[in-house]
Design a protein around this ligand. Structure first.
Ligand code: ASP
Ligand code: MG
Length: 420
């Protein structure tokens, strides 16, 4: 059995859905579990719906949702003939679920409503693709992953209940493969024991696919993307970026940790635990080799470059010239945990502590405000954090030429510089 994951860009137009269908046709003899994301930028559009709803702008919320509805109905109309009515009925059931809620007034926390609305993106897209495949001779069974993936109620960043989820996969997914070859379902979403929808964090479909691969003991996971392969840098920023044909789990975890937007950081662990190889392939040209990620050591990687923009530096000095010790650092880490903000870089001196975080607007302001009750706090915004793994001196010099270096941290493997 193989697990495939197709991202939003692979289904963002009628032609792209057809292309995805053509790829899946090639694998018809095999057992496949396929996870497909919401179409294109649907998740962002649904975020705007919830924001309007939560700001008590009900009419805006409904109007914004209407756009999402029309886009999906139009796509379904272009793709389907014999299966159109059945598909439309399925889509309308999901529309009703959301609209019913949008007519209410918000009384619970924002994150709860976020998950109830945003989860619909994956449900709509997979319904359309499933009907399209069935209509074009690629038989598959659509499953609502919320009946399978049980999570806690930490909305927007829910944690999977592995035991329950494994049992559900045994009961509801494995039997499908005794009569058919393909299960088509969603990533990124789940549900609580009270049947409330949850999400696993943006871009979480990769992670769902990896969990499926783990529990199903899949022979491999393939993530289909619109890029040729994993690259050593973002080609939009670094024109001489090169493809990385081979990586190991460790390197990918490090790259994701430093902010490379290759694969969702949680994806690797479920694969590593069972030594399941991960292929990153290009859906625009399936003949390209792509990248294979496995457990073996990989020699001679080129410098791997990650640039994070919109960084904020908080410089915290003790108010009374006392040392910044375990006590202070402990307080700060509690604060990070409470506000749910992850420092990208920290440095501790005698009477100061510096941390660099993503600018997350209100959250970052709250962090600075709360830190200011303990420390003299200085904030600098609009900075860039450059990380290079397997760096060479020359390379670093070239990349930071003409920039102000505010902070530098270096190990034999990795160098990080904060640039003004
Ligand atoms: N549709 C969700 C997102 O855009 C999840 C995913 O695609 O992985 O974040
Ligand atoms: Mg995606």
């Amino acid at each position: 059995m193989k697990v495939f994951k197709f991202g939003g860009a692979s289904v963002n137009s009628v032609d792209r859905v057809k292309n995805t269908g053509n790829i899946l046709k090639q694998y018809q003899g095999e057992k496949l579990l396929v996870v497909i994301s919401a179409m294109g930028k649907t998740t962002n559009a649904l975020e705007s719906v919830v924001e309007a709803f939560y700001a008590n702008r009900k009419d805006d919320a409904l109007a914004l949702f209407e756009q999402v509805k029309q886009q999906h109905l139009t796509t379904a109309k272009y793709l389907l003939v014999t299966h159109y009515l059945a598909c439309e009925q399925q889509l309308r059931d999901f529309f009703t679920e959301v609209e019913w809620m949008l007519h209410d007034k918000p009384v619970r926390e924002f994150d709860y409503y976020y998950d109830q609305v945003v989860c619909v993106g994956e449900l709509l897209s997979t319904s359309i693709v499933s009907h399209y495949l069935n209509e074009t001779g690629v038989p598959n069974k659509w499953l609502d992953v919320r009946d399978i993936f049980r999570t806690d109620d930490n909305f927007r960043d829910a944690t999977i209940d592995w035991e329950y989820t494994s049992a559900q996969i045994d009961d509801a997914v494995k039997p499908v493969f005794t009569t058919g070859n393909m299960v088509l379902t969603q990533g990124y979403i789940g549900s609580t024991d009270e049947n409330e929808s949850t999400t696993l964090g943006r871009e979480g479909s990769d992670y769902t696919a990896a969990v499926f691969a783990n529990i199903l003991d899949a022979e491999s996971l393939t993530i289909w993307k619109d890029v040729e392969s994993v690259m050593n840098a973002d080609p939009r920023r670094f024109p001489d970026a090169v493809p990385l044909p081979e990586l190991n789990y460790n390197e990918v975890i490090e790259m994701a940790y430093y902010g490379a937007q290759v694969i969702h950081p949680k994806t690797i662990k479920p694969l590593q635990n069972k030594s399941i190889p991960l292929y990153v392939k290009c859906f625009l040209d399936p003949l390209l080799a792509g990248t294979i990620i496995h457990n073996q050591p990989v020699k001679q990687l080129p410098p791997v470059i990650v640039l994070k923009e919109k960084q904020v530096m908080l410089q915290l000095n003790s108010k009374d010239f006392s040392f910044v010790g375990e006590h202070h650092v402990g307080l700060l880490y509690h604060l990070f945990e409470k506000i749910k903000i992850k420092p990208n870089l920290t440095q501790n001196g005698a009477i100061s502590f510096v941390c660099v975080v993503d600018d997350q607007g209100e959250k970052t302001e709250r962090l600075a405000l709360e830190a200011a009750s303990i420390f003299d706090t200085k904030v600098m915004k609009e900075l860039s954090l450059l990380t290079i793994r397997h760096y060479t001196g020359d390379h670093l010099e070239k990349l930071i030429a003409g920039r102000t270096v505010l902070l530098k941290q270096q190990t034999p493997d990795t160098v990080q510089v904060l640039l003004g």
